[in-house]
Design a protein around this ligand. Structure first.
Ligand code: NCD
Length: 315
């Protein structure tokens, strides 16, 4: 299959849809897009409208999707907070909302608090649907931009040693990254979280069937030397029913400048999908290895430009 057969007209719901070749082809497209002159880029989505339906708050995913579409000459219909600002308030079902929106647009990007909503939307819609985060499920485009960032720096996605810290139970980016890295050989992820926020048994079992090694560690002392990346995450407040439990766990593992100096390798990328809420000291921001405020969000726009160009692009 060539690149356009793989992506054209397709939904992006989960990393389960990808294999090594499709990730590599997508990354190649990102590199191509980065080199394409503006005038040419503007033709790619000319005449296309993409709906952004964000049922949960977002800064980066929303803005980078909007920027990607506009940089390709497309336009957007934007619903932030449809729970309050759309007919959802009147009781409209997600199925009906999707059927309406597809009358007006060429693709839908959806973020929703319930696992499976992107998939359900894709089943209803006759236009491509892109999952921008479904509850604690997956966030495929964030994982792809994160792994592109790792690939761009280290030039490979096999033989990777990564560290993932924080809310592994509820972090949807984590779930997609594990699937992404399992498509490439010899990867090991070290997992560090409060025990209440460990990766679920279901996810651990599933990972065992894949080609990836997961090693749970209990403290900073156990972080191995020379990781290719450290991926810090926020404890996901909105998934807690007991807010006291959240308060207790939220700052269990704080990334400090001291820890970076002591344990990070010379080429260890310091990553975070953002927002951060205290779990990375601001003193780390100026470290040249820290990419969470720079390369990572920038690549978020490029990965989405690459995806839209492949899924919808005028050839
Ligand atoms: C993440 C998300 O929404 O899952 N943020 C993002 O999309 N960049 C991570 C988070 O909210 O903690």
């Amino acid at each position: 299959m060539n690149i356009s057969e793989i992506f054209f007209g397709k939904d992006i719901i989960s990393l389960d849809q990808f294999d090594r070749k499709s990730v590599e082809l997508l990354f190649r497209q990102v590199t191509k897009i980065k080199k394409t002159p503006t005038k040419k880029l503007l033709k790619i989505l000319s005449g296309k409208i993409i709906a952004l339906l964000f049922f949960e708050p977002s800064t980066r995913t929303f803005s980078s999707n909007a920027a990607a579409i506009k940089r390709l000459g497309g336009q957007t219909i934007e619903h932030q907070n449809p729970m309050q600002n759309s007919s959802v308030v009147k009781g409209e079902t997600i199925e009906d909302t999707i059927k309406m929106i597809e009358q007006y647009s060429d693709a839908i990007v959806i973020r929703h608090p319930l696992v499976g909503t992107a998939k359900k939307s894709a089943q209803v819609a006759n236009i491509p649907v892109i999952n921008a985060g479904d509850g604690i499920g997956e966030h495929p485009t964030q994982a792809l931009l994160d792994m592109f960032t790792v690939y761009e720096k280290h030039k490979h996605l096999n033989n990777i040693k990564g560290l993932m810290v924080g809310d592994l139970l509820n972090g949807r980016t984590i779930h997609s990254i594990i699937k992404c890295l399992s498509l490439f050989p010899n990867n090991t992820l070290y997992l560090l979280s409060p025990k209440q926020l460990r990766l679920s048994n279901k996810d651990l079992e599933e990972a065992k069937k894949r080609k990836i090694k997961l090693v749970e560690i209990k403290s900073f002392e156990e972080i191995p030397a020379d990781c290719h990346f450290w991926y810090w995450t926020r404890v996901q407040k909105e998934r807690f029913t007991d807010k006291r439990e959240y308060e207790k766990l939220k700052l269990t593992f704080i990334l400090t400048k001291k820890l970076v100096e002591k344990k990070a390798g010379k080429n260890t990328l310091i990553m975070h999908p953002l927002p951060r809420v205290g779990e990375i000291e601001t003193a780390v921001d100026t470290d040249p290895r820290a990419v969470y405020l720079t390369t990572e969000p920038k690549n978020g726009m490029y990965i989405r430009m690459a995806l839209f160009s492949l899924i919808l692009g005028n050839s």
